[in-house]
Write a protein that binds this ligand. Structure first.
Ligand SMILES: [Fe+2]
Ligand SMILES: [Fe+2]
Length: 185
């Protein structure tokens, strides 16, 4: 039987891979004093779309929602609140990185230090956050659910992913339409 934390843990492994690449890019930036804004956009898209909307989205909207219905031990309730707060913190730091990248492209080279600082914060944050979930939260939390409840969550996760790709590209078409209008004005 696949548990609903199975797909979430597999997603953690891909997030870790991206974090490793971000560490290498950080070392490059610090050595060379410059970065490739296109690469930063790629990393930011991964963080926002995959790690946050797709992965944290399933955690918050399915697993944590269902845990919220249960009578949790104080320790688990506290950890869940911390995890949600950490997701919010991650969004704010990613937002800072995006803003700094835009300014960097506009020629403000001093924005690079804000990019370095926010990337360092993110590469330090994700492994800690993932370890907290993998090693101290996900597995004990499964005890709150019977098999049918776990199955229902797993199905909902698959449904979430199935819809996600359409939502993502509908958004891209809408952005393309808006940009086209502003080009032709
Ligand atoms: Fe999380
Ligand atoms: Fe996670």
């Amino acid at each position: 039987m696949v548990m609903p934390i199975g797909p979430l843990m597999i997603e953690h492994r891909l997030i870790e891979r991206m974090i490793e690449v971000m560490k290498e890019e950080l070392a490059f930036i610090e050595k060379e004093g410059k970065t490739d804004p296109g690469w930063i956009e790629l990393a930011v898209d991964f963080i926002r779309t995959y790690a946050d909307r797709c992965h944290h989205g399933k955690e918050e909207n399915i697993l944590f929602r269902e845990l919220g219905i249960k009578k949790l031990a104080d320790e688990h309730k506290r950890t869940m609140e911390e995890l949600v707060e950490e997701h919010r913190w991650g969004r704010r730091v990613t937002g800072r990185l995006v803003e700094a990248n835009v300014r960097y492209v506009q020629g403000y080279k001093e924005a690079l230090s804000i990019m370095v600082e926010s990337m360092k914060a993110l590469v330090e944050f994700y492994p800690r956050h993932i370890e907290k979930e993998d090693k101290h939260f996900f597995i004990p939390c499964m005890d709150y659910f019977n098999e049918a409840e776990q199955d229902a969550m797993l199905r909902e996760e698959y449904e979430f992913d199935r819809n996600f790709i359409h939502e993502k590209y509908k958004g891209i078409v809408a952005t393309a339409e808006k940009l086209l209008v502003s080009h032709t004005l």
